[in-house]
Design a protein around this ligand. Sequence first.
Ligand code: CA
Length: 228
Amino acid sequence: MRLLLVEDEAAIACRIRESLEEAGYTVDWARDGVEALALAREREYAALILDLMLPGVDGWEVCETLRRRRDPTPILMLTARGALEDRIRGFEIGADDYLPKPFELPELRVRVRALIRRSAVHRTRLIRIDDLEIDTEARRVSRSGREIPLTPREYTLLEALARNEGRVLSRETIRERVWDDDESYSNTIAVRIRQLRQKVDDGHAVRLIHTVYGQGYVLRAPESEIEI
Ligand code: CA
């Protein structure tokens, strides 16, 4: 499982990373908020460990931006000890847990594990976008109540788009999330999207899957905004 650690102090980041890697996680390290937001867009993380005091774009802004993008990645904030206002503000803008600094590494590991477990339980089974319905457990898709038969690959592609509703996924991101086992598929993403669109959108007045030229693909309800 891959985690994103956002911490500007190298010594602290190193210790945290080592400890989490020992626990079996793969850890990407971002030194500032800008890098964190770029990484979070490119990859899917099981959880984010977010220091608040960062140069430039701080932890608050990272958290707010992710939630605005409708990124559901669970966030563990690292706060100053005793800063009650920080914790309240953190929860208000969408953080899931906090840990006051300085902390013991075993506690961090336990909290990360609990956070991931909770988010897996709450991860929505049913995704509804306009009249499109995706049952992620049964891997069944329907539109206006009519079932749409999809190949496993088409399903994975659709679910990736739907979980990022309103957010443009680049070809690289799609290749990584949907075709991670076979790089030779990268040229055929446009073809697969076209096939998926035929099955999902043809015959419907409202089109859900859109191409954003030069950027990638997005699935969105007609009234929602696109974020590039
Ligand atoms: Ca810091």
